[in-house]
Design a protein around this ligand. Sequence first.
Ligand SMILES: Nc1ncnc2c1ncn2[C@@H]1O[C@H](COP(=O)(O)OP(=O)(O)O)[C@@H](O)[C@H]1O
Ligand SMILES: Cc1cn([C@H]2C[C@H](O)[C@@H](COP(=O)(O)OP(=O)(O)O)O2)c(=O)[nH]c1=O
Length: 211
Amino acid sequence: MQEKRGRFITLEGGEGVGKSTNLNFVTQWFESRGIDFIQTREPGGTPLAEQLRELLLQKRDESVDPTAELLMVFAARAQHLNRVIRPALAAGQWVICDRFTDATYAYQGGGRGLDKSLIAQLEQTVQGDLRPDCVLLLDLDPEVGLQRAANTGEADRFESEQLAFFHKVREAYRARADADPARYAVIDASQGLAAVQDQLAAELDRLVVQP
Ligand SMILES: Nc1ncnc2c1ncn2[C@@H]1O[C@H](COP(=O)(O)OP(=O)(O)O)[C@@H](O)[C@H]1O
Ligand SMILES: Cc1cn([C@H]2C[C@H](O)[C@@H](COP(=O)(O)OP(=O)(O)O)O2)c(=O)[nH]c1=O
């Protein structure tokens, strides 16, 4: 008998692209279809991983070494993946995760300039062959995104980066999508919310009928 397995979907993009707004849309869509799912996020998703998130996001006087940052991200991911995501998928639940390893390629790879092959090694070690079935990438000019995000509370350590950092993040995300178009849905987040959500719904519909 074929193993019952839920779908693993991630939502990605730079700052202020509309992730929170559209995450609500995705979960409502699941509910309307009667799909059994969990919603989670990275860094985070377990008590330990949420503590690592706090450490990663806190602004601090000490400058954070990029490799230390990378290892903390993957430490949180190992815990989250093995304690939450894998068990949910094995039980047939769908998983919608706010950011995952594409964010590491974008922020630590693109933004911080770390070697992609180092990220790929850690990805393989921590995840084995597990990759998202579908990455929903909200793509937006960082200048617009930062303006949108400006009204949503105090900036954390990442949000405090300069514009050039976010341009590199965007380019790294887009390069990932270009290299594997079957697994990525690039959504133009400069459109009005209704158009963004029509596209999201079309992608989700496609996943339901996929074998
Ligand atoms: N497509 C869109 N067009 C215009 N404004 C948007 C759109 N999507 C989100 N917003 C607004 O942009 C701001 C940031 O959205 P949010 O969902 O919090 O983004 P993120 O979680 O990616 O930081 C909010 O005020 C939200 O209402
Ligand atoms: C998952 C992940 C997130 N991050 C960063 C990106 C975000 O700035 C931050 C927290 O993500 P998030 O909660 O999505 O923040 P926001 O809503 O402000 O976009 O963590 C990385 O640098 N690497 C990673 O692998």
